[in-house]
Design a protein around this ligand. Structure first.
Ligand SMILES: [Zn+2]
Length: 175
């Protein structure tokens, strides 16, 4: 049995904030302003959280993260992802794919670092993590540099799921 979950999130840049850092997939980007939000506003990890919730059916962003952030002062979005992972139970992530839309910063040079960060967070091999980026030809607010939008899809299998080899009949062995 296989499940997929889709997640999306978007945040505006905060052009006034001189102290906060822009974080994407847990990686710091010096070349762009930070994103607005009570947390570190890591829009990649938030989309990932929502995708994991798409598998578990337990929504993390919202009441649970508000409690972690506003009541306990936890602003590191990696903690939110770890919270979402707790509800996977007999399911195991096998693949993650993220699509980022923004005009700035340049994502491509940091993709290896982002994959490594997600690999450590999720316990996946880096070859099972895909990250793409586009400006979308400037057709949206994200492509025009007002913020960042991320879509994320995760694939999960049941831990006891065993793939059986296809039965090969003698008459078909030449196939
Ligand atoms: Zn968010």
């Amino acid at each position: 049995m296989i499940k997929t979950g889709i997640g999306q999130d978007s945040h505006r840049f905060d052009f006034e904030d001189q102290t906060k850092e822009l974080k994407l997939a847990g990686v710091i980007f010096d070349s762009a302003p930070p994103l607005q939000g009570n947390s570190d506003a890591d829009v990649v990890l938030h989309a990932l959280c929502n995708a994991i919730s798409g598998v578990t059916g337990i929504n993390i962003l919202g009441a649970i993260t508000d409690n972690l952030c506003l009541k306990h002062g936890i602003t590191d979005s990696r903690i939110y992802v770890q919270e979402a992972l707790k509800f996977l139970k007999e399911w195991r992530l096998t693949h993650v794919s993220c699509s980022i839309e923004c005009q700035t910063p340049q994502i491509t040079p940091k993709i290896p670092d982002m994959k490594m960060s997600l690999s450590e967070l999720l316990g996946l091999e880096t070859q099972d993590i895909g990250i793409t980026a586009t400006t979308g030809e400037g057709l949206t607010a994200f492509g025009r540099g007002e913020g960042i939008q991320v879509f994320c899809i995760v694939t999960a299998i049941q831990k006891n799921f065993i793939t059986t080899p296809p039965i090969c009949h003698k008459s078909q062995s030449y196939l």
